[in-house]
Design a protein around this ligand. Structure first.
Ligand SMILES: NC(=O)c1ccc[n+]([C@@H]2O[C@H](COP(=O)([O-])OP(=O)(O)OC[C@H]3O[C@@H](n4cnc5c(N)ncnc54)[C@H](O)[C@@H]3O)[C@@H](O)[C@H]2O)c1
Length: 437
């Protein structure tokens, strides 16, 4: 039996051993799904604290409870380790490490490279390696494949190599990972077939594309589509402000059209590990090949200006009440990058807090999910959302619309609310103390 056939069989029989490199939002979520499907999964992470949290059944993700994690770990189907010498024992290796931007906003592939470096000495015939981190088209074949082939083993012949973007949406109760189809592109049809057999165990469907580059591009199309449409609607929101039109009302009415329109909503700017970053991976690659990615750049300009727009709206609203930003008490409500998650990476609220501080406002923040936040080199702590803070604030800025906050109480007590998410509409549609984006 050749190694490909035996891996087929082990995937079908659920006896294949799966290693997941990177136990973050993506890796831990997928490790849980695979373990629940019956595979024996080992999670590898360089962060010893994360490894011991998983081993102790303590979840650091909002979508996974301690109980769920402890159950899977207790049954022995999921183990976490920072001992990478066990990589060679795995039949399948899924790479789910970060892909941030470097200082000059160029892709930082160092995490992928170090994960691949740890696999290299233990790579063996018949193993399947799948890169899942979001990255520019060409990473799998131009970066990962040559590094793995430096062992003398050939991709598509001796070992299997694919790209399959992870498409989870943390905090989304309507679309849990088990409802999201997977996209797979392999360096050969046999590679793609193996990966799709595995993913069919945890996803409702697998969409095969012809190459890893196409699969890498699928993810960037999805996230660039969001970034550009949010950029467009942010610009329209500013336009509507100048016309005195409520952009939210306009979007809702447009969304009644049953075809040809999809609603996107304005906000304080982009955040998280995906939408603000991924399109810049694509524009970097485009520029390297001499292509000028105009839409991406324009959307980036508009979206990244939004935190300053919010601060200008605060300034204007305070001014209207004969107050200056300098010396005003401003409470930022919600600092994670989106509703009901504990992830504050790239959150526009950080820029809003920073800009308000630069203008000498007295700032605080409240977020039930984010106890501490780094703002311009200093650590801020979430303050309680008590009556004294709400009545004593000169302005409350709703930057993130967590569903557990009582917004009726906020608008009843705060003398001025700048609502960047239109969350107050449900509790107080028209009130002169509420200013919307
Ligand atoms: N967060 C999301 O919603 C989401 C959704 C889809 C895709 N993605 C993409 O998935 C990738 C991972 O994102 P994330 O949000 O899970 O990141 P994360 O920062 O939450 O987790 C990454 C983990 O990888 C670990 N790590 C770093 N280098 C490692 C190495 N060499 N070996 C093993 N572990 C290593 C880190 O310690 C961390 O625990 C990124 O490319 C991201 O763009 C993220």
């Amino acid at each position: 039996m050749n190694p490909t056939e035996s891996l087929h069989e082990r995937i079908v029989a659920t006896t294949a051993r799966v290693g997941v490199l990177g136990l973050g939002y993506v890796g831990l979520t997928e490790a849980m799904e695979l373990a629940r499907a019956g595979f024996v999964v080992t999670g590898f992470d360089i962060d010893a604290a994360r490894v011991s949290a998983v081993q102790g059944g303590h979840s650091y993700l909002v979508d996974i409870s301690d109980d769920e994690l402890a159950k899977v770990v207790g049954s022995g189907t999921l183990t976490a380790t920072d001992d990478f010498t066990h990589l060679g024992e795995q039949d399948v290796l899924l790479i789910c490490v970060p892909t941030p931007l470097g200082k000059s906003k160029a892709p930082d592939l160092s995490y992928i490279i170090s994960a691949v470096d740890s696999i290299r000495p233990q790579l063996r015939r018949g193993q399947l390696v799948v890169l899942e981190s979001t990255t520019y088209p060409g990473t799998t074949t131009e970066v990962v494949m040559p590094a793995l082939e430096s062992t003398g083993l050939r991709a598509g012949v001796d070992f299997h190599l694919c790209f399959s973007p992870e498409r989870i949406n943390p905090g989304d109760k309507i679309h849990p990972p088990s409802t999201i189809p997977r996209v797979v592109g392999g360096v050969s049809a046999a590679c793609a077939d193996l990966a799709s057999r595995l993913f069919r165990r945890i996803a409702p469907d697998v969409v095969l594309v012809s190459t890893p580059q196409a699969a890498e591009m699928v993810k960037l199309l999805e996230n660039t589509f969001r970034a550009v449409n949010i950029g467009l609607v942010n610009e329209l929101a500013l336009m509507c402000r100048s016309f005195g039109i409520d952009v939210w009302e306009v979007i809702d009415a447009a969304a009644s059209k049953p075809f040809g329109f999809m609603p996107f909503y304005p906000g304080p700017g982009l955040g998280g590990h995906c939408i603000p970053i991924d399109p810049l991976y694509l524009s970097w690659k485009a520029r390297v090949t001499g292509f000028d990615p105009r839409f991406i750049e324009l959307a980036h300009q508009v979206n990244s200006s939004m935190p300053r727009v919010v601060v200008s709206v605060v300034t204007e609203a305070l001014n209207h009440r004969s107050k200056s930003v300098k010396g005003s008490r401003v409470l930022v409500l919600g600092v994670s990058y989106k509703r009901d998650v504990n992830d504050a990476r790239e959150s526009p609220a950080i820029d809003i807090l920073h800009e308000l501080e630069r203008r000498e406002a007295l700032v605080d923040y409240h977020d039930p999910y984010v106890a501490r936040l780094e703002v311009n080199g200093r650590t801020m702590s979430s303050v309680p959302l008590d009556d004294i803070r709400l009545t004593g604030a000169d302005c409350v800025v709703i930057a993130t619309d967590h569903s557990c906050v009582d917004y009726k109480r906020v608008v009843d007590l705060a003398p001025l609310v700048v609502d960047t998410r239109n969350v107050t509409r449900a509790v107080a549609p028209y009130r002169d103390t509420i200013v919307k984006l």
